[in-house]
Design a protein around this ligand. Structure first.
Ligand code: AP5
Ligand code: MG
Length: 219
């Protein structure tokens, strides 16, 4: 089983890199943000509750988030592992993940931090477009789709995220970076943290992330 945790500030490139790693490692990309957005589109009560926090740039409460993520890890496609994007985001979530993996006789293999300075994050989020169907990620200038407004992968329409408005972007950065630092420390103490320079072009970041994985993880 291979469990990779992708860490990084909002807009650092976790979703972009997780899509590339998924292709390479053949384990699913699981993003709690994407799960919350899907739940909201489906009109569930978890989706509505999550949305109230997301619209304010705040983290969704741990109990809801942990339950949703552990249910997703129980799906058959995650039996061989997962690339976790946006989870864990608090020390309580990190502890819950450690405990759940321990029960399965395994652990987090690598926590990869994509390091991007705060001044670049705003530009990245403001120019981001995602596809309606699966949340595939594009950027107006850094990673445009082949046909404007259409996802290269599944042909669905590209939309902007509700939390990519300027004031919500600022709220996310001020309210979430403290918890990220605590989670980074958690994995540094466990000896599995690696840091990659996220200011590079997308393919160079992907190359550096792959280089930080153990040879037995790379298939
Ligand atoms: P979530 O959806 O996870 O958002 P986030 O962490 O804020 O991260 P983003 O998705 O905004 O950025 P990313 O790092 O994936 O970057 P991307 O690849 O898109 O969470 C949303 C909300 O849900 C949270 O605010 C919270 O409320 C809630 N939530 C989710 N998980 C939670 C949890 N565990 N606990 C509690 N609450 C939770 O890239 C960004 C842009 O940059 C794109 O346009 C991309 O094309 C471009 N780009 C990417 N790489 C590069 C590069 N190397 N150079 C130039 N441009 C690049
Ligand atoms: Mg993302």
């Amino acid at each position: 089983m291979t469990t990779i945790v992708l860490l990084g500030a909002p807009g650092s490139g976790k979703g972009t890199q997780a899509e590339l790693l998924e292709e390479r490692l053949k384990v699913p990309h699981i993003a709690t943000g994407d799960l919350f957005r899907a739940a909201y589109r489906q009109g569930t009560s978890i989706g509505r509750e999550a949305r109230r926090h997301m619209d304010r740039g705040q983290l969704v409460p741990d109990d809801i988030t942990i339950r949703m993520l552990l249910d997703r890890l129980d799906q058959p496609d995650a039996k061989r592992g997962a690339i976790l994007d946006g989870f864990p985001r608090t020390p309580a979530q990190a502890a819950a993940l450690d405990a759940a993996l321990k029960e399965r006789g395994t652990q987090v293999d690598r926590a990869l931090l994509i390091d991007v300075p705060a001044e670049d994050l705003v530009r990245r989020m403001a120019g981001r477009w995602i596809c309606e169907k699966a949340g595939h990620v594009y950027h107006e200038t850094a990673n445009p789709p082949k046909v404007p407004g259409i996802c290269d992968i599944d042909g669905s329409r590209l939309v902007q995220r509700a939390d990519d408005q300027a004031d919500t972007i600022r709220a996310r950065l001020t309210q979430q970076l403290g918890a990220l630092a605590e989670v980074v420390d958690h994995y540094r103490r466990a000896g599995v943290l690696r840091v990659v320079d996220g200011r590079q072009p997308i393919d160079a970041v992907a190359r550096d992330l792959l280089a930080e994985l153990d040879p037995q993880v790379k298939v």
